[in-house]
Design a protein around this ligand. Structure first.
Ligand code: ZN
Length: 134
């Protein structure tokens, strides 16, 4: 497993982490599956295009899902909306790897969703599950 750190600068932010994952996967080489995982409850991952309009649309969609209600968890630390959005998105994505290269579609990127920032140490783990040698 390899890990890198992302710092975020706003309460809600979407960060393209494809380049960092691509670099680690290239260093390891080989083929198989990379599982990208964040060990956090208020940030999440998804795969999609990094186009500024779409990123804003995604923020708007996520805000509409969870941020306009009064949730029970808000009594503890006022971030229930962040937990709920991240539960729906999930803490990991799987990307196939061949010859040390991520097999993403032309426009696909690995996007980290911050919902309770800013944070200086969002950990991103890359687990490489190697293809069996024939
Ligand atoms: Zn909480």
């Amino acid at each position: 497993m390899r890990e890198f750190i992302i710092s975020t600068s706003a309460r809600e932010e979407i960060v393209d982490i494809t380049a960092q994952v691509r670099e680690l996967v290239a260093e390891e080489g080989g083929g198989g599956v990379s599982m990208v995982f964040v060990p956090h409850c208020t940030c999440a991952l998804y795969l999609n295009e990094n186009e500024s309009g779409l990123v804003q649309d995604t923020q708007e969609l996520l805000a509409g899902l969870a941020d306009q209600k009064s949730w029970r968890h808000d009594r503890i630390d006022d971030n229930a909306g962040a937990h709920l959005v991240c539960s729906l998105l999930g803490a990991s994505v799987l990307v196939p790897v061949a010859a040390g290269k991520l097999q993403l579609g032309t426009w696909q990127r690995i996007m980290l969703v911050e919902r309770d920032g800013p944070r200086s140490r969002r950990r991103v783990q890359v687990w490489l599950l190697a293809e069996r040698e024939e």
